[in-house]
Design a protein around this ligand. Structure first.
Ligand code: HPA
Length: 275
């Protein structure tokens, strides 16, 4: 605490939170919902009240990846206020981890206590197929990095946070119950978070299978680590867009993601309203 580096990083969080909050003064989100590649349409199912493009938020750059329009939406799911990040910034774009998790920390500063992360992912194990909706039970952080590098941000959390219960058992139970009530098939699985942007080699896919991964993607793990550090409950979903190692390219990812987005939207709207 008190060192200049930590002060600068916390100021960035306060500034980002102020820029987002300015769009709808008094809005206090219960959750941050991050929508990944091809999943942006999920926000259409919510009652939207205000929007802020990433480019208008200090510390965020306009996200340039196709399929990421890059904006924050303040919305309601029933009576529950949620901040939705439509798109996200990725490590593979060259953004530092502090920037990647800035929306999460800003949402925390605005009062959010839950992170709901979504992503497009490649299927790794034989438990998943393209088109599946996977609820994450755990992850492998294979990015070689962490959002907690550097002096610890003491005002957010402890130096060595435990990751044993990163994905909230309470929220997973709620999600499983709601999915079966809604007649939606939901597989539970382990997400391997890699740096990208290149897709996996056959040897890497075999290594991921051996390591116990069910799906692989290029996001989410840093957000979850930063959320756990800050004492938030996490829930995360992957839309399986292809089998890893056989990606037809970013277009296929966006197309299959868009088809799964419909089911994810139904499930998320239902869950968020119960937070
Ligand atoms: N690998 C990594 N990330 C991905 C994939 C994949 O096959 N598909 C969508 N995101």
């Amino acid at each position: 605490m008190g060192d200049f580096m930590s002060e600068d990083r916390m100021r960035a969080v306060t500034e980002a939170a102020a820029d987002i909050a300015g769009a709808l003064p008094g809005f206090k989100p219960r959750a941050l919902v991050v929508l990944g590649s091809g999943l942006g349409a999920v926000v259409d199912a919510l009652d939207r009240r205000a929007e802020v493009p990433f480019a208008d938020v200090r510390g965020m750059a306009a996200s340039a990846v196709a399929g990421h329009s890059g904006r924050f939406v303040m919305a309601y799911a029933g009576d529950v206020p949620v901040l939705v990040s439509v798109g996200r910034l990725h490590l593979y774009e060259g953004h530092p981890s502090d920037t990647v998790v800035l929306p999460l920390r800003a949402a925390r500063a605005m009062g959010a206590s839950v992170l709901v992360a979504t992503n497009a992912a490649g299927g790794v194990s034989d438990r998943v197929r393209p088109g599946d909706l996977v609820m994450l039970s755990d992850h492998l952080n294979l990015t070689g990095s962490s959002p907690l590098l550097g002096p610890n941000l003491e005002s957010l959390g402890e130096r060595f946070p435990g990751m044993a219960d990163a994905y909230s058992a309470r929220l997973r139970t709620l999600a499983s119950e709601r999915a079966s009530e809604l007649g939606l098939e939901l597989v539970e699985g382990v997400y391997a978070g890699v740096l990208g942007p290149q897709y996996e080699t056959p040897a890497e896919v075999r290594a991921l299978v051996a390591a116990g991964a069910d799906v692989v993607g290029m996001s989410t793990v840093h957000e979850v680590i930063a959320a756990v550090h800050a004492g938030m409950e996490c829930l995360a979903f992957s839309a399986v867009t292809n089998m890893a190692g056989t990606a037809g390219g970013h277009e296929e990812v966006l197309e299959t993601g868009a088809r799964t987005a419909e089911r994810l939207g139904v499930l998320l709207t239902d869950i968020l309203a119960r937070l």
